[in-house]
Design a protein around this ligand. Structure first.
Ligand code: SAM
Length: 222
């Protein structure tokens, strides 16, 4: 068991050096979070040995845990201060939410697939992530009654930026979302000030679909 842990600690350090620092991730709070969060506990058992590779992995229900670098890039671009109130749409494995929970005081996260929601909620409890609040619903409508949020991260690809999420973003807030077709998207960063929203394109990416009232329509009920 102890040997197991050492193996994973070593792999995490390698991931941080070779996949993150080498590609320009330099926010120490982000790097520290990646050193801490046991990614191998967020993947399906069959993939434990691959947990730290430079790639997304399946998590069941046709969904994925994102590649470590994209999680790091999106987290860094949120420009978190530690006191921010953060909303994530697309809980999935819970890995992104756990990374956020190491950096800020409170994370709100929404998942639309019930088995993933249940499984991840119990993992958060087991790992004592008491600062992560979970909700089972369509995240394209946001987390009603809890906004505004200083940062919003959407971890699935959408044809457009859902209007309710822009409304729930605080003045001075940052939002990151993959926007594009069902197959390929551009990672868009939104900054909101008194005059409105300002967008920056961070480059190409590829995510599973954001399905809901303000994004792609559901082919069938999941
Ligand atoms: N952040 C996740 C992680 O760390 O594992 C990545 C999850 S995966 C790339 C995207 C997730 O978004 C899936 O679990 C999917 O079910 C979820 N999703 C898609 N549309 C959604 C919606 N409208 N509301 C909430 N979750 C949604």
């Amino acid at each position: 068991m102890i040997r197991e842990e050492k193996k994973f600690t070593f792999r995490r350090e390698e991931m941080v050096k070779k996949q993150l620092e080498a590609r320009g991730i330099n926010d120490n709070r982000v790097l520290e979070a990646f050193r801490k969060v046991p990614r191998h506990l967020f993947v399906n058992e069959a993939f434990i040995d691959k947990a730290y590779i430079d790639s997304p992995l399946p998590i069941g229900n046709n969904q994925t845990i994102s590649q470590p670098y994209i999680v790091a890039e999106m987290t860094q671009e949120l420009e978190l201060t530690g006191e921010d109130k953060v909303l994530e749409i697309g809980t999935g494995s819970g890995y992104q939410a756990a990374i956020l929970a190491e950096i800020v005081e409170k994370v709100y996260t929404i998942e639309r697939i019930h088995p993933l929601y249940i499984k991840t909620r119990s993992l958060f409890d087991k790992l004592k992530y008491h600062n992560i609040l979970t909700r089972y619903s369509d995240g394209t409508s946001g987390y009603r009654d809890e906004g505004p949020f200083d940062a919003i991260i959407i971890t699935a690809g959408s044809p457009k930026i859902p209007e309710p999420l822009i409304n729930q973003l605080a003045i001075g807030g940052r939002l990151i979302i993959p926007v594009g077709s069902k197959d390929t998207q551009e990672l868009i960063k939104v900054y909101k000030d008194e005059s409105g929203i300002h967008k920056t394109n961070l480059g190409k990416c590829r995510f599973v679909q954001l399905i809901g009232e303000h994004a792609w329509k559901s082919p069938k009920k999941t």
